[in-house]
Ligand binder design. Structure first.
Ligand code: SF4
Length: 201
């Protein structure tokens, strides 16, 4: 257990603000150890308060980073309102670019529409598409919301496009090629670029 709120990955700064997540993806990095990219352990003793996150960020030279990324060992949108508050600080402190990496389940997690909250807060939203159907998503990611999840992700992605300059889908190449092709078709239909990442065990 630790209080690793931020950690550097190359020339980016990652923010680890929660360990909560409604999924249990089979490829999740949390299954392989307690850190990422050589960071300090990312399992938090407790969730940091907004003030603690900002105090941590004040110790960094934010302008030197290419990007500030909400990512870490959990789903950042479990704290969507706190993300917005932290982004307000980051923008005021001159952070160049802010990215949110998310599973896209924010609306189900927060039981309301949330995409609009990201307006003027984040610059890029990267949404894990992971599979090409509700059934496959359920099998691979085990979301607590069950088969509702996949449609909710697509809807969130479409909504976010209205508020955030750049939206991308991502998937890890642990699924069959046929599904990857279907994911490409979904991404194309929604006019959202798809980034395919290698599984890093
Ligand atoms: S959504 Fe992300 S943090 Fe949650 S289990 Fe899947 S890979 Fe891990």
């Amino acid at each position: 257990m630790s209080m690793t709120i931020s950690y550097e990955v190359g020339n980016k700064l990652y923010l680890n603000i929660t360990n909560r997540c409604p999924c249990s993806c089979e490829f999740c990095i949390r299954n392989n150890g307690d850190n990422a990219y050589g960071s300090e352990p990312l399992w938090l003793e407790r969730e940091p308060e907004i003030d603690e996150i900002i105090d941590n960020l004040k110790q960094r030279d934010l302008q030197k980073y290419e990007e500030i990324v909400f990512c870490g060992f959990g789903e950042p949108c479990e704290r969507i309102d706190d993300i917005v508050s932290v982004c307000r600080y980051l923008k005021s402190a001159g952070a160049p670019k802010i990215r949110l990496n998310t599973n896209g389940l924010s609306d189900l997690i927060n039981e309301r529409k949330t995409a609009h909250l990201l307006k003027d807060a984040v610059d890029i939203v990267s949404i894990s598409l992971n599979t090409s159907s509700a059934e496959e998503y359920d099998k691979l990611c085990h979301p607590k919301f069950g088969k509702l999840s996949f449609e909710a992700i697509l809807e969130f992605a479409s909504d976010v496009k209205n508020y955030v300059p750049q939206v991308i889908f991502s998937l890890v190449d642990v699924i069959p090629q046929e599904q990857i092709e279907q994911c490409k078709a979904i991404a194309q239909r929604l006019s959202i670029p798809l980034r395919i990442r290698k599984y890093d065990s």
